[in-house]
Design a protein around this ligand. Structure first.
Ligand SMILES: [Zn+2]
Length: 257
């Protein structure tokens, strides 16, 4: 392939970083090429070439060229498809959308196409944009689906040791096993977290129901808290680090009291 041949893709802006006086380094999640990192020369000066189309969670069409799969691409143009205005006008939604793209950034691979992951990001942002009932709790369903799309689906319906079904009672989620353990089997993992059968049911429901309908699922206080701790513990285990946007969301919650 001629390295100069420009490639076209539809993409979401995951992250941007100002570079030098006028350039911007942008990380995209593309439909065909997985994650693509590129430099948009003069992006902060040329409103014409990049018209508003290099902001996080914008859906865009890009034209880019690169020497190899893992080299920094040259972003030649970026045209907006959906700027997600409704999201930007609402602080709560902006925070949630930031978590959506931040998580997608951590779980996507440069140069590796992942249709399920791309479709999930597209559909979840669209839903967040127009569904007023969506809250932080529903982000847990995004996380579970994202884990599945990237090959890390947690086992939440049965014990990973004895295979008994999670019908009732108290369980523990073991991040190293990537699933739950019943009370009888237990877990030796000090990082395992407690989870009740009710919470597991809520998570399983939100994992499988049509995405359009997740806003109708409500969480008890306990389910919301246990779910948050469970996915956070698993994601931390997989990545070996915290997700910044999730920490920001936590900090804002604490300020709200
Ligand atoms: Zn068991």
């Amino acid at each position: 392939m001629n390295p100069r041949t420009p490639l076209k893709a539809e993409a979401f802006v995951l992250r941007t970083l100002d570079y030098g006086d006028s350039d911007r380094i942008v990380t995209f999640l593309t439909d065909e090429f997985g994650k693509v990192r590129g430099i948009a020369k003069g992006a902060r000066k040329s409103r014409k070439r990049f018209a508003n189309a290099l902001e996080p969670f914008s859906r865009v069409r890009i034209l880019f060229s690169r020497r190899s799969r893992d080299s920094l691409a040259l972003i030649e143009a970026s045209d907006p498809v959906d700027h997600h205005e409704a999201l930007r006008g609402d602080l709560e939604k902006t925070l949630l959308a930031s978590c959506v793209v931040d998580l997608a950034d951590h779980f996507s691979v440069e140069g590796k196409r992942n249709d399920a992951l791309y479709g999930l990001v597209r559909d979840f942002l669209r839903l967040l944009d127009r569904e007023p009932a969506l809250t932080e709790d529903h982000l847990r369903f995004y996380e579970i689906r994202l884990l599945k799309a990237s090959g890390f689906e947690p086992v939440l319906d049965r014990c990973t040791a004895c295979r008994c079904e999670a019908g009732s009672g108290a369980w523990r989620f073991d991040p190293r096993q990537g699933g739950i353990r019943c009370g009888a089997c237990g877990t030796g993992d000090p990082d395992a977290v407690a989870v009740t059968a009710g919470t597991l049911k809520t998570l399983l429901l939100g994992k499988d129901v049509e995405l359009e309908r997740i806003g109708r699922i409500s969480f008890t206080r306990q389910a919301a808290e246990e779910s948050r701790v469970l996915t956070a513990c698993f994601i931390r285990h997989l990545l070996g680090r915290e997700i910044k946007s999730l920490q920001v969301l936590r900090a804002v919650r604490r300020l709200e009291g």
